[in-house]
Design a protein around this ligand. Structure first.
Ligand code: UD1
Ligand code: UDP
Length: 361
């Protein structure tokens, strides 16, 4: 009698940083005959520049299933994803659900799978900012408490999980899939012909704690205007932030060149040759660590401490004076990386897929 030994895996994406993380895993699964990957897009992000462009840039196949949930409050968005994803799990009957990162789609799909007794793998497990005012921290805690396979990017994440009582046999330190994607696409991005200033600061901002309060966003924008007196500031603006800038009636001078969010290759090109990056993004703290570009993180904390100990990351917070002080120190050459974090070597996805196959046996 022939037995079907193919393992069916639902790979979940929803928001911008998920696409870079799933791309190398999808690639690896394609090379593995006994794994069938089914790509599910929740539709948390849906603008062309926040979603479709990454499928083209990263060569990710069109999603097999699109849930089309769109935006909403946390409860509305999470609930819509759960309702739609439950139907998918019931009809597809997967052997495993893979979720990445820390967005609402990550947590919502992990809850659904766990309740249907479908094993869950969490890629980028164990990161902790220890700040529950950050919606992502809630998503991380819930997802990790439900996951059967916890793939980590750094040793500190392993320690966080063990401290929370996670069975060490579930924890696998594999490296960083976002860096797999960066290393794969770095040369292609560099080859793009993009007109850009010799020196420039590159900025991204989207954390609710920075952009949802005019008393915080206003001074950050003033700091950017001040920096633009020294060098142009390139600022691809996340849709959440665009909306807030408009709603609060804030404006920026011409030295700050605002633009729509960029595709991955175009953005990586600009990030690689920036003089300095100012950001509140999680992914950018990691990418600048590998690119060797100084990174000022406009937050009070980070869930990615290796980007400070090994990388170029400096935690500055959102205060205008502190941002400008840190920028001037960078201009004086007062920064240096100490080498790439362990296992950020471009092979994380192949380790993940190997462990997933062993999990089945
Ligand atoms: C989400 C994630 C955050 C991640 C970020 C990456 C959660 C809780 N937050 O934040 O962890 O760092 O994505 O970019 O999951 N919007 C559009 N078009 C889109 C998407 C969003 O206009 O394609 C606007 C809508 O007004 C929406 C707002 O942006 O209400 C926020 O979108 P949402 O997905 O809720 O959160 P992000 O701030 O994008
Ligand atoms: N990114 C991009 N275009 C942009 C801004 C960011 O392609 O205009 C990429 C960036 O290089 C990184 C990812 O988006 O790979 C980070 O996503 P984001 O900052 O939205 O989310 P976070 O990492 O904070 O969760």
């Amino acid at each position: 009698m022939l037995v079907n030994i193919t393992m069916k895996v639902l790979n979940v994406v929803g928001a911008r940083p998920n696409f870079m993380k799933i791309a190398p895993i999808v690639d690896q699964m394609k090379l593995t005959p006994d794994l069938t990957g089914v790509l599910v897009h929740t539709g948390q992000h849906y603008d062309e520049g926040m979603s479709d462009v990454f499928f083209r840039d990263l060569g990710i196949p069109v999603p097999d299933i699109h849930l089309g949930v769109g935006s909403g409050t946390h409860a509305e968005q999470t609930a819509r994803i759960m309702v739609e994803f439950e139907k998918v799990c019931l009809s597809e009957k997967p052997d495993l659900v893979v979720v990445v990162g820390d967005v609402n789609s990550t947590m919502a799909c992990a809850i659904v799978a766990a309740k249907l007794l479908i094993p869950v793998a969490h890629v980028e497990a164990g990161l902790r900012s220890f700040d529950r005012a950050m919606p992502e921290e809630i998503n991380r805690l819930v997802t990790d408490s439900l996951a059967d396979l916890l793939f980590t990017t750094s040793r500190d994440a392993d320690e966080n999980l063990k401290r929370e009582g996670v069975d060490p046999s579930k924890i696998h330190f594999v490296g960083n899939v976002m860096i797999d994607t960066l290393l794969k696409h770095r040369e292609k991005a560099a080859a793009l012909r993009i007109e850009k200033p010799k020196q420039y600061a590159l900025v991204t901002l989207h954390r609710p704690s920075n952009v949802d309060d005019p008393k915080v966003l206003g001074p950050i924008l003033q700091a950017l205007e001040e920096i633009s007196r020294t060098m142009p500031v390139l600022f691809p603006i996340h849709p959440r932030t665009q909306k807030r800038v408009r709603d609060f009636g804030l404006s920026l001078n011409n030295g700050v060149r605002t633009m729509e969010p960029l595709g991955y290759l175009e953005f990586l090109n600009l990030e690689s040759s920036a003089t300095v990056v100012l950001t509140d993004s999680g992914g950018l703290q990691e990418e600048t660590t590998i690119l060797g570009v100084p990174c000022l993180t406009l937050r009070h904390n980070t869930e990615r401490p290796v980007t400070i100990t090994h990388g170029t990351n400096i935690i500055v917070g959102p205060d205008e004076g502190r941002i400008l002080h840190a920028f001037r120190r960078i201009m004086m050459g007062d920064w240096k990386p100490s080498g790439p974090p362990e296992l950020w070597d471009g092979c994380a996805a192949s380790r993940i897929v190997r462990i997933i196959r062993e999990f089945r046996r």
